[in-house]
Design a protein around this ligand. Structure first.
Ligand code: F6P
Length: 545
């Protein structure tokens, strides 16, 4: 196979670099003034989502050049390869098939001779039967009591998706049940999650793709002890109070969970792409199987939109190309994700793993060091809270912070007027960022000269707005799939492996070694650097007994 041309040597990349210099002086005000229809034209729709990218610093040439870059990077072929189950996760030699998790029953997708869609539906059906029994009170605890509390234990992709989805879809959840999530190895996370709960009414879902993750196993052991202590020590109680979600049946068995109570998935599902696999069992118990299927339908609709829509109308492609433009040609280091929906309060945290574990890479697929920026830092908070906190920097700071605003037309609360206020704020922020307030406008208001620079808003700060009808399971699925595919497209252009995460390994190895040094009765000879050695000594001296 021919080696790909290094990205920055591609004519399309160089043309974009020249174009960025050429339009550096063009402002959003000018772009809107020159084209009265811009606000309708630079939009796209798919899977129930409306994307307005007209407030991005792009013109017709920018978009054309970005689309040419996507073609040059063979985006169509790479997308087809993902959907076909090719091993596009090269460093782990794995297929990347989260799209199979939401394919409708009856569709076929063969990987290495096996129809994975049939496997997916077999697990979904088992999950649904189990969720119905828990929700309906037929699945009882060891002492015959109904399950009222579900605690999901996991970390990273085995936690962030379930927590985010539970919070996002609370309005659809069973309000007679309590749902909790434990991820941190900090014991306070577990203690607080079970405080006041009755073990006889509590079900733990231990979620771990590998079933080797230190944090999850430590918390699962703590849960086992808490549960058995509370139920009189009979080990057979585990079968009624613990289920596992994993790809590692041996690990589940070794922990003491009957594999009859295990829900599986496959190595072609990346942890951060797994919230719609069995990892979403807590979500399904919370919102019910029907709503869960609705969420899968939303994912699938966006998958089809992404696979079948020409790039110039394709939401994930447009979002990704704009992100590349901001990151590599306008020098923006971060992206602020600003949902105007309190239920999406964990969405930015979820996206942090999705985007940064995927595209936080500095070598290309064939191992060459990149000479351009890859994944930006994602961060954010729900509006309007952020407005009273960090938006000052976005409006008047020295850095360029592109924003993704996310909003819903129909409220989920009966307080409709407050919803209008919420959305008025969303629209106002995008407008203020783009158009600002010029010094002469400030002066015309009678502001004293000395204060004019302080009260001037430069504007020209880019944002996109994503609107959906209502925050339903379907809309959430479409929204997550939008970001998943946008991450994929960015990774294709940057020529990196968006599906591995070797960068988390070194810390894990060092922590294991350090844990044994902290646990040893007598301080062993420390062979770290002088800083780490001193920190370990100080900790041992001060930790108490
Ligand atoms: O350490 C990072 C990571 O491997 C993530 O990619 C993953 O989502 C998380 O840990 C949890 O892994 P597991 O599901 O195997 O416990």
């Amino acid at each position: 196979m021919d080696k790909p041309v290094p990205l920055t040597q591609r004519p399309q990349w160089q043309a974009l670099a020249e174009h960025a210099t050429a339009i550096a002086g063009t402002r959003l005000r000018d772009l809107f003034a020159a084209d009265p229809a811009r606000g309708q034209r630079l939009t796209a729709e798919g899977a129930g989502l409306y994307l307005d990218y007209s407030k991005q610093r792009v013109d017709e040439d920018t978009l054309r050049l970005l689309l040419e870059l996507a073609d040059a990077c063979e985006l169509s072929a790479r997308t087809a390869a993902m959907f076909a189950g090719e091993h596009i996760n090269r460093t782990e030699d794995r297929a990347v098939l989260h799209v199979a998790l939401r394919m409708p029953k009856g569709e076929r997708l063969e990987v290495d001779g096996v129809d994975v869609v049939a496997q997916v539906h077999e697990v979904l059906d088992r999950m649904a039967a189990f969720a119905d029994r828990v929700r309906g009170g037929q699945w009882t605890g060891h002492s015959g009591r109904r399950i009222r509390n579900v605690i999901s234990i996991g970390i990273g992709g085995s936690d962030l998706g379930p927590v985010m989805a539970y919070e996002a879809l609370r309005d659809f959840s069973n309000r007679d049940m309590h749902f909790g999530f434990v991820s941190n190895v900090d014991g306070t996370d577990f203690s607080e999650a079970v405080r006041g709960l009755d073990p006889a009414e509590t079900l733990f879902i231990v979620c771990s793709k590998t079933f080797t993750t230190l944090e999850t196993l430590a918390n699962a052991h703590a849960a086992r002890t808490w549960c058995l202590d509370g139920l009189g020590g009979d080990a057979s109680a585990v079968a009624k109070h613990f289920v596992a979600v994993s790809t590692n049946a041996d690990g589940v068995r070794d922990f003491g969970i009957d594999t009859d109570n295990m829900f599986g998935f496959w190595d072609w599902v990346g942890g951060r792409y797994s919230m719609d696999s069995a990892i979403g069992l807590s979500t399904m118990i919370a919102i019910g199987p029907e709503n869960f299927r609705d969420m899968l339908a939303g994912f699938h609709e966006m998958d089809e939109h992404f696979r079948d829509t020409p790039f110039e109308r394709n939401l994930p492609v447009l979002m990704a190309l704009v992100a590349i433009w901001n990151n590599d040609f306008l020098g923006a280091d971060t992206v602020a994700v600003l949902p105007y929906a309190q239920y999406l309060k964990r969405f930015p945290a979820y996206l942090q793993q999705l985007t940064m574990e995927s595209n936080g890479k500095s070598v290309t697929l064939d191992g060459r060091r990149v000479d351009y920026q890859t994944g930006p830092v994602y961060w954010g908070e729900p509006g309007t809270n952020g407005q009273h906190s960090f938006y000052q920097l976005i409006h008047q700071g020295t850095r360029l912070v592109p924003c993704d605003f996310i909003g819903f037309c129909e409220p989920l609360s009966p307080l409709r007027e407050q919803h209008d206020l919420l959305m008025a704020n969303l629209f106002a922020q995008g407008e203020a960022l783009a158009f600002g307030k010029a010094a002469d406008e400030v002066r015309a208001e009678g502001v004293a000269d000395a204060l004019v620079p302080h009260k001037t808003f430069e504007g020209n700060r880019p944002s996109s707005t994503i609107l959906a009808q209502k925050l339903t399971p379907h809309a959430l699925g479409a929204l997550v799939a939008l970001y998943e595919h946008s991450v994929f497209v960015q990774g294709v252009v940057w020529d990196i492996d968006s599906f591995d995460q070797w960068g988390v390994e070194l810390g894990k190895v060092l922590a294991k070694q350090t844990a044994s040094e902290l646990a040893a009765a007598r301080l062993p000879e420390l062979r770290h650097d002088s800083s780490t050695n001193a920190l370990i000594r100080r900790y041992r001296e001060q930790r108490g007994t």
